[in-house]
Design a protein around this ligand. Structure first.
Ligand code: HEM
Length: 512
């Protein structure tokens, strides 16, 4: 779950807010007359609302693909006061995310960021500049480096094993896979970020869910920023302030506990570096006084929230879709299970190092990410320097939406683009690291995902362990083709209906 996914408002909320907005028609009209001369094409715009009604109530990435089929891969939309461009093919995505990456390296400011993150003092929503650069560097070198991600291996192995135990605990009953995988992703993130004895996990996850709700960027208060009274009037500001108050109390405790640990370590006690969680790392770096901008407790709060919002729903969405696709494709299920069972033969528990020998499993994950990009519209960028894209002039302040979901299914770039075929990645150099613009589930350029290794590791091991330890069937004699693949109209692209499956334990002959 990321802060700034797109979730368009319902027609009801648009109409109720319209009453307030109409009072200020003149004011808004005046504020929206900029250089619109060479903007990309787009659907006709209504006064005040622009294109809001054309996208309202639809699943955003689906609705935007439909519009793009009519208006082109670079399209202009007016969403209330927000002027936005939508990119829907790999060629234009490359122009925006590589050629002009620096022009589009900002994020649009959200009311959520100003209240919850004390003016976007995090990474995900931070404006492009020295502070973001410092925090991103800390992420790359310390928090989410391959070495650090590997050091959390024991957490993933433990949580994957607990998942198996919890599935075994209710034999013959359908297992709510959606729920199970969400718990695994939450627990892995919580333990890696705040530590082993994370007593705040449930409360924190609840608050993060509330934050994700307010972070869509498509509330009236975010769409009509010139109406300064809207955040208060719509209840957004009081709600966010309440969340902030609760977070402050939790984080005061977390930071106090971690500071005590740091002090013990400085006193020369037994503390072991490999057991450092991310808050420990941040305090240690800050303590070393090497930073241009010292990290405040508010900054730690912002970073930890980023890890939760960015790392939990995304990973669990991939797990949920991978299991769904495998249930719909018994041939692929059989092939991937055979590979895993061959590699792990004689052991009960999969170790993370085994995953390196599971090349087909990796293709399954890649294909799932192609068809079900968990953040289908990436995170919005904002133009910080006027520039030309595909012959059109994009003014400063324009919001940029990249439809990574539509790009991953573009029939001009993908053969049989809507089908689940992991083999398409066999002997192919196409990867998700931001170099192939037909495949960008983690984005690309300066603002691309900072947690790819963490995210992929959180998916691969639990998936392999579930496929190894159990054989799976759809409940109620359901046929593979009858399993629905409906999506929620929510932050991350998840299943609308929870995935329920029947598990049969796979007999493992353990070799000592
Ligand atoms: C399968 C899992 C994940 C997916 C699909 C995913 C996807 C994304 C996407 C699409 C973006 C926006 C990229 C852009 O604007 O070009 C992003 C940003 C980000 N992600 Fe992830 N993510 C995942 C897991 C994680 C995890 C586990 C973490 C950390 C623990 C993380 C941390 C971040 C951060 C910090 C950013 C903001 C980067 C910036 O603005 O500089 N992500 N992610």
């Amino acid at each position: 779950m990321h802060y700034t996914p797109m979730e368009f408002p319902s027609p009801f909320s648009i109409i109720s807010s319209l009453v307030v907005i109409l009072v200020l028609i003149q004011f808004i009209m005046k504020s929206k007359r900029k250089s619109q001369s060479n903007l990309p094409p787009g659907p006709p715009k209504m006064p005040i609302l622009g294109n809001l009604l054309q996208v309202a109530g639809k699943i955003p990435h689906l609705g935007l693909r439909e519009l793009a089929q009519k208006y082109g891969p670079l399209m202009h939309l007016q969403l209330g006061e927000i002027s936005a461009i939508v990119i829907s093919n790999p060629r234009v995505a490359k122009e925006v995310l590589r050629t002009h990456d620096l022009c589009f390296a900002d994020r649009p400011e959200l009311i959520l960021g100003t209240i919850i993150l004390a003016n976007c003092r995090d990474i995900v929503l931070a404006i492009y500049g020295d502070y973001w650069r410092q925090m991103r560097k800390i992420c790359t070198l310390e928090l989410l480096s391959s070495h650090k991600v590997r050091s959390f291996r024991f957490i993933r192995e433990d949580e994957a094993w607990q998942l198996v135990q919890s599935i075994k605990s209710s034999p013959s009953l359908p297992v709510n896979i959606s729920d199970k995988v969400s718990k695994v992703a939450n627990a892995v993130t919580c333990r890696a970020t705040i530590g082993e004895k994370c007593k705040y996990q449930d409360e924190l996850i609840e608050l993060v869910e509330e934050i994700a709700h307010w972070g869509s960027g498509f509330f009236m208060a975010d769409l009509f920023r010139s109406l300064k009274f809207l955040p208060q009037l719509t209840g957004m500001k009081p709600a966010l302030k309440k969340i902030r108050g609760k977070l402050d109390v939790i984080f005061d405790n977390i930071i106090q506990e971690h500071t005590e640990r740091l002090n013990k370590r400085k006193d020369g006690t037994e503390f072991n570096n490999e057991e450092e969680d991310l808050v420990d790392v941040l305090l240690r770096i800050n303590d070393s006084q090497r930073l241009e901008f010292p990290i405040s407790s508010g900054d730690i709060q912002g970073l930890v929230l980023d890890m939760f919002t960015a790392g939990t729903d995304t990973s669990s969405a991939v797990l949920e879709w991978a299991m769904s696709e495998l249930m719909k494709h018994p041939r692929v299920m059989k092939k991937v299970q055979s590979e895993i069972r061959e590699v792990v033969k004689g052991k009960e528990r999969i170790e993370e190092t085994d995953i390196q020998n599971m090349s087909y499993l990796k293709l399954v994950v890649k294909e799932t990410l192609r068809l079900h990009a968990p953040v289908p519209l990436l995170l919005p960028r904002e133009c910080r320097k006027e520039c030309e894209v595909d012959g059109y002039t994009i003014p400063v302040g324009t919001k940029v939406i990249v439809n990574a979901w539509a790009i991953g299914r573009d029939p001009e770039y993908w053969v049989d683009s809507e089908s689940f075929i992991p083999e398409r990645f066999e002997n192919s150099s196409v990867d998700y690291i931001g170099a192939n613009f037909e495949y960008i589930p983690f984005g690309a350029g300066r603002r691309m995902c900072a947690g790819i290794s963490f995210g992929v590791a959180t998916v691969e091991l639990p998936l392999a362990q579930m496929l190894y330890s159990f054989d799976w069937k759809l409940p109620n004699e359901m046929k593979p083709e009858d399993l629905d693949m409906d999506e929620t109209n929510a932050a991350t692209s998840k299943r609308k209906n929870n995935l329920y499956l029947l598990a049969t334990e796979y007999p493992i002959e353990v070799v000592n």
